[in-house]
Ligand binder design. Structure first.
Ligand code: NAP
Length: 245
């Protein structure tokens, strides 16, 4: 059991005894140190989740997704990696990567199992999943199993991703979908892929994904409330920095 401190914009940060060797301290871009659980093998091999998304903005649906995936697949930690320059959104206006990174940090500070990486935001050029996954593979070594968690809509397009043949060798995928999603269609698409591909793609339904970033952006444009759709510190940061107007 641990108590908590208050961080930027009211974010709750677990207070851990510094002598507790189960934790290490991570620097956040807000200039505070955040306790994070040390990686320990769960029964056998280490399994790490890479939560990839544009997170424009991050919401409770993403957080519940990461928590459910962590529980179901015994992942620890789950590292949120906001994309820097999404290659498939060249024509779309995407919020400044630094702002999306900060929102993601605020949303994940309170969960010692979650962390946020600035890897893609700091990298120049387009954010290809292969570069990210390869980086984590080299960082943690070959004894760690990587799971890339993202939306099912994105996974449907995976065949067009950069160096996909290599990507699938480095990680498995957890494709999450909202209630009401055409699951059959998704299954049909995946079953047309080779056995090597399809057995490395896992599907999970997440009811909380009824929340969407698009809806949140639309609400903010219309001056409507986003309370209970995003964590409070995220809501405060968006208001204070006049984002999504
Ligand atoms: P997107 O097309 O904006 O999102 C597709 C759908 O998935 C949306 O409904 C989105 O909901 C949802 N979603 C996205 N990330 C999610 C997550 N982590 N958990 C749950 N739902 C999620 O997808 P994107 O966010 O731009 O891209 C997803 C990931 O795929 C990113 O890491 C991106 O870099 C990677 N990707 C890589 C390549 C490549 O390497 N060539 C190409 C495409 C995508 P919300 O709008 O509510 O988030």
């Amino acid at each position: 059991m641990f108590t908590s401190n208050t961080g930027p914009y009211g974010a709750v940060i677990p207070k851990i005894d510094e002598k507790d060797f189960n934790y290490y301290w991570q620097d956040s871009s807000f200039g505070i140190k955040v306790p994070k659980k040390k990686i320990k093998p769960h029964g056998g091999r280490l399994k790490i989740g890479i939560m990839g998304g544009t997170f424009d903005p991050i919401h409770y649906g993403h957080l519940v997704t990461a928590e459910s995936a962590a529980e179901q697949f015994e992942l620890s930690p789950v590292i949120f990696v906001p994309s820097g320059r999404p290659p498939h959104k060249r024509e779309h206006l995407v919020t400044d990567p630094i702002e999306r990174l900060r929102l993601t940090e605020l949303a994940t500070l309170s969960n010692p199992r979650f962390s946020t990486s600035s890897l893609e935001v700091e990298r120049t050029g387009y954010s290809y999943a292969i570069d990210t996954v390869q980086w984590f593979h080299h960082h943690y070594g070959p004894t760690v199993d990587l799971y890339f968690i993202t939306g099912a809509d994105a996974i449907v397009e995976i065949m067009s991703w950069h160096k996909v043949e290599r990507l699938i060798q480095y990680c498995q995928f957890i494709a999450v979908y909202r209630p009401g999603y055409a699951r059959e269609q998704l299954h049909n698409t995946i079953s047309q892929w080779s056995e090597e591909f399809s057995r490395r793609i896992h599907l999970i339904e997440v009811p909380a994904l009824a929340i969407s970033s698009t809806d949140i952006r639309n609400r903010l444009k219309k001056g409507r409330s986003i309370k209970y759709l995003v964590p409070e510190p995220v809501e405060h940061y968006i208001k204070e920095h006049l984002l999504y107007r």
